[in-house]
Design a protein. Structure first.
Length: 325
């Protein structure tokens, strides 16, 4: 899928990621234009970064989705009421499904295509970032929490299959505020994937069955601040790398840990998020392991600027390289 990437940086995005029609997106706390805002901030901050310098992904195909999802689950998305439950935008139940497919699910499918492409670019460049994706509440046969497709599972399985001679073990680092129960259900009993999940245990989804898949768990209290968060991250991330000995790192970098995010209910500052991402990328670079990042949750408008600022910081610290000449 990746093909030749000469002259481009391994950042993946296209305008079709963004969701918006009839104002219905305003009925959900998720910023449905977040992805476009992130890229706009990046273009302002990084000289020479344009649409031509990044990768525009294709929409994931039905055949690719069926490598993870059951046909029954895919068929369930042809009923608007089911999409309404998954996205928690309940007015969607009254919208004809062909409209829901085009204006809601199609943007998601482009983001899934972006995660797949980012995974393959990562194998070439040692790093990649999809400005989207990270639908960690979706598993092979159920969606939820604004997650309709299991892009994390699909990407990791594609890497393990396509690059089987180079990748035997994947370290999945999930630092969204919520437990990543979707990919955890998909990888239950799979020893090729080591899951490190750091989340607020008092919020959605509270999926006790899925927690059995977590190899390294950090359960946070509501209101956790930078100091205790970053201390735990450094310690447990080191342990995760030592235990997993990964060949590939998948980083689900949700920003709903930000103070003031009423769904994440943690108290991490902008500076804390930027340092978090630096810690993860630095550890992957020290270990000589390729790392792909997706943006996942983040439910206040200012997270878009923070994500962009974090990517700029990674560039300035030499943890990612962009040849834009």
């Amino acid at each position: 899928m990746a093909g030749s990437s000469t002259g481009k940086v391994p950042i993946v995005y296209r305008n079709e990621y963004n969701i918006g029609f009839l104002g219905l997106e305003k009925l959900h706390p998720f910023d449905s234009k977040k992805w476009g805002n992130v890229f706009n901030y990046l273009k302002e901050a990084i000289r020479g970064l344009t649409e031509e310098k990044i990768h525009s992904p294709p929409e994931v195909t039905p055949a690719q989705l069926l490598k993870v999802h059951t046909q029954e689950y895919i068929d369930s998305l042809t009923k608007s009421v089911n999409v309404a439950k998954i996205t928690e935008v309940f007015f969607l139940a009254a919208i004809p499904n062909f409209v829901v497919q085009r204006r809601v699910l199609k943007p998601f499918r482009f983001q899934v295509g972006g995660t797949l492409l980012a995974g393959e670019l990562c194998m070439e460049h040692k790093w990649s970032i999809n400005i989207g994706g990270g639908f960690h509440h979706c598993s092979k046969d159920r969606g939820g929490g604004f997650c309709a497709y299991a892009d994390i599972t699909l990407c990791i399985r594609n890497i393990l299959e396509k690059y089987s001679s180079r990748v035997k073990k994947v370290l999945l680092i999930d630092l969204d505020a919520h437990q990543g129960n979707g990919h955890e259900r998909d990888f239950l009993g799979d020893e090729s994937v080591y899951i490190f999940d750091m989340y607020n245990k008092y919020i959605y989804p509270g999926d006790m069955e899925a927690r059995a898949a977590i190899k390294k768990s950090v359960e946070l209290f509501t209101g956790t601040t930078d100091e205790e968060y970053l201390l735990a991250l450094r310690s447990k991330l080191q342990e995760a790398f030592e235990e997993a000995k990964p060949d590939f790192v998948f980083f689900n970098a949700g920003t709903d840990i930000l103070e003031g995010d009423t769904l994440g209910r943690l108290s991490i500052t902008r500076e804390g998020i930027i340092e978090r991402d630096e810690i993860v990328f630095r550890k992957a670079k020290e270990a000589g392991v390729p790392i792909v990042m997706v943006t996942s949750g983040g439910y206040v408008a200012r997270t878009a600027k923070i994500i962009a600022d974090s990517i700029v910081n990674l560039k300035d610290k030499g943890l990612i390289h962009m040849d834009l000449d």
